[in-house]
Design a protein around this ligand. Structure first.
Ligand code: F6R
Length: 242
């Protein structure tokens, strides 16, 4: 596991955008796994700036989703499909034909999860997966005590994660209780994992991920098992590293 400490979130976004640009230069049809939430936004802005400046061509890039709320109606502005459309696909000039994601509106969620794992495999697997980290150490929405071998499935959000995500909704009551998330085993199949963590609120989870024992209680510690995992942290998020 490689840990890179950067001065701030903007520098983290630039660094990761550079790694994605290098991947796209090598493999224009790469499959990029994207996370939602606040942390990865500087990455998406840095990528969009390169596309606007004409220094990055993402025409053949494919994008796939890490997780999705269950039960939000199609087109809800906070469904992760909508967020990725708004924050990633549109700014990069990509259409929905470049996008893969699970169906959080399905009547049969277990089938939707299995279909999504199969779709990722038949797309050739994820080349680079962007990850954020929850204050409780979750990756995707694999909350503490998730199986380290888990596949894409439905999970219940913890009260803490629902509170953390309430800022995107008008009230806590509107935050869904359930999500579809790629499992930890699914995430570990990506060829390169890049986790970005910024701000003091993530410092404890980052220290447990990097320096703590491998433990289902800290799902992000599963990155210790991966042959190519990069953790990019700003100085505030690095504060509890020894
Ligand atoms: C979202 C996701 C989550 C977030 C995490 C941190 O797709 O997978 O694991 O990355 O909850 O969220 P922010 O970045 O908003 O602090």
């Amino acid at each position: 596991m490689e840990v890179v400490i950067v001065p701030d979130a903007g520098a983290g976004g630039e660094l990761i955008a550079e790694a994605i640009a290098a991947l796209v230069a090598r493999k224009p049809e790469a499959l990029l796994g994207v996370a939602t939430g606040s942390t990865p936004l500087p990455i998406y802005r840095a990528l969009a700036a390169r596309v606007s400046a004409g220094t990055l061509d993402v025409d053949r890039l494919r994008v796939c989703q890490l997780d999705e709320y269950v039960g939000l109606p199609a087109g809800h502005p906070e469904s992760y499909r909508s967020v990725i459309h708004r924050e990633v696909l549109e700014p990069l000039g990509l259409g929905l034909d470049s996008f893969l994601g699970p169906d959080g509106t399905s009547e049969d969620i277990p089938a939707a999860c299995a279909e999504y794992d199969a779709a990722l495999a038949s797309a050739g697997g994820v080349d680079l997966q962007i990850l954020g980290i929850g204050t409780d150490g979750h990756i995707g929405f694999n909350e503490p005590c998730s199986s380290l071998a888990s596949r894409t499935r439905i999970k219940t959000l913890t009260p803490q994660t629902r509170e953390d995500n309430a800022r995107f909704f008008d009230s806590l009551d509107e935050v869904p209780h359930h999500v579809i998330t790629q499992g930890i085993g699914t995430i570990l199949e990506a060829r390169h994992l890049v986790l970005l963590a910024t701000g003091a609120g993530k410092a404890e989870a980052v220290a447990a991920t990097v320096e703590g024992p491998l433990a289902a209680l800290v799902p992000a510690s599963a990155l210790q098992l991966h042959p190519h995992a990069t953790i990019v942290v700003d100085e505030a998020a690095a504060a509890q590293l020894k």
